[in-house]
Design a protein around this ligand. Structure first.
Ligand code: DP6
Length: 415
């Protein structure tokens, strides 16, 4: 076997947003949660991670590049994922090129990993979820591991808890599991992305100057100090999970919206109940909640659900395109872009929603009428960095087109 060959696999994995939140671990090392959670997978066309993994006898060590910059793989979470996938590696053969890697060779061979997010990592949009899911999925394919996506999710979980839910499209449940080794703490698909395809998701990336507490640190402090978390995990979430699954299966938006908003608010209440308290939302987040609550109330039935993770960004889930277009009009009324910002770089993703809203340029934004449900509605120019319009999307896929690979097929180094 000549030493010059490189074998590569490229995969793309979506990010996800929880509608019933994971917050709190019962085992820090294995990343086992204190409750089940449910998420919606976001369309990878707008938010995803692409990862190329390569193996070659010429690689001297495992190496990784994130968005073009080399990063260390020495952290426990990377090491756990690499070890677990290597343990499941099988024989790989490329007959055309005369290359054979046997199961036991994988222990000695090193890998190169290059990962790229199609959205700003700094925006705080769950990049670690898509990242670890993609790493595990791509390595599993490279090493010919026979595990299904649920089994792979239990490995991705050891990279970052929320990553396990990115192994599927549509709506996904992370079952907390019972056994000590964590083997039953994994993700399962509730419904696929076609099941409820009228939903439209608008993300408001909120400008923030504040350095946020990481999820890992935040939830550790919550587990140590919040009594409300214990009540939530034992009494509230188990019932909500059942109701949420029903709402999703029946496409019952009123119930879905009620549960999603309530669970986001309870997660932030639990953060506030932590000692010292953790504040992830800011004034802009609160204004968005108020805008949605007032509108939903004025219509009589919920049009939009909101949810916020460990940061100020709002994820808004609209019942259908009509509700999404109206929502976008309201959001652009309250949060118009700074005068030096183009509309094209202010509303990203699926721009057809802008068209539905009858907005073509900044003049249309200026001319938007104030939402009737709020008297003397003020405008907060520049408080939102940008919006992303998207929808529920599919799970991980392999990209067979070599031009999409992030590593060179000759050298195994970033292109
Ligand atoms: C608020 O998965 O980022 O987004 O497991 O420590 O890596 P670690 O935490 P992470 O936490 C996500 C918390 C959340 C809610 C959720 O996604 O369910």
């Amino acid at each position: 076997m000549a030493d010059s060959w490189v074998i590569m696999v490229t995969a793309q994995t979506p990010t996800n947003i929880a509608v019933i939140k994971y917050w709190g671990k019962r085992d820090e090392k294995l990343i086992l949660p204190v409750n089940d959670s449910i998420s919606v997978t976001l369309d990878p066309a707008h938010l995803c991670t692409t990862t190329t993994v390569a193996v070659s006898p010429s690689f001297a060590q495992d190496r990784m590049w994130l968005n073009g910059k080399e990063i260390s793989l020495s952290g426990g979470r990377y090491q756990n994922c690499l070890r677990e996938i290597r343990a499941r590696a099988c024989d790989v053969e490329d007959k055309e090129r005369g290359i054979k890697i046997s199961k036991k060779d994988w222990e000695k061979l090193h890998v190169h990993i290059a990962s790229y997010n199609n959205f700003p990592t700094a925006a705080g949009l769950a990049s670690s979820a898509a990242g670890f899911a993609c790493l595990v999925f791509a390595l599993a394919k490279l090493m010919n591991a026979k595990e299904d996506n649920s089994e792979l999710s239990a490995i991705a979980r050891q990279g970052s808890g929320s990553a396990c839910r990115s192994l599927f499209g549509g709506f996904v449940k992370w079952k907390m599991g019972k056994v000590e080794d964590g083997s039953d703490s994994l993700a399962v698909q509730v419904v696929d992305e076609k099941h409820w395809d009228d939903l439209v998701i608008i993300i408001a990336v909120v400008s923030s100057r504040q350095k946020e507490t990481s999820s890992t640190t935040g939830m550790r402090e919550t587990v140590e100090t919040s009594l409300l978390l214990q009540h939530r995990a034992k009494e509230i979430v188990p019932k909500r999970i059942v109701q949420m699954e029903e709402s999703i299966k029946n496409r019952n938006f009123a119930s879905f919206a009620h549960l999603t908003c309530a669970d986001s608010n309870q997660f932030h209440a639990v953060c506030m109940d932590t000692c010292p308290p953790i504040f992830y939302m800011n004034d802009t987040s609160h204004r968005i909640i108020s805008c949605v609550e007032k509108w939903n109330r004025s219509v009589g039935t919920p049009q939009v659900a909101y949810t916020f993770d460990a940061g100020p960004n709002a994820v808004l889930i609209a019942h259908n395109r009509k509700a999404a277009a109206q929502l976008l009009q309201k959001l652009l009324f309250y949060f118009p872009p700074n005068s030096d910002t183009e509309l094209n770089s202010y509303v990203l993703g699926d721009k057809s929603i802008l068209k539905d809203a009858g907005i073509e340029d900044l003049k249309d934004v200026e001319a938007l009428p104030p939402p009737p449900e709020i008297k003397d509605a003020p405008r907060y120019k520049g408080d939102v960095s940008y919006f992303i319009c998207t929808r529920p999307g599919q799970g991980p896929v392999l990209l067979s087109d070599e031009s999409q690979a992030l590593l060179s097929p000759e050298t195994g180094l970033p292109k």
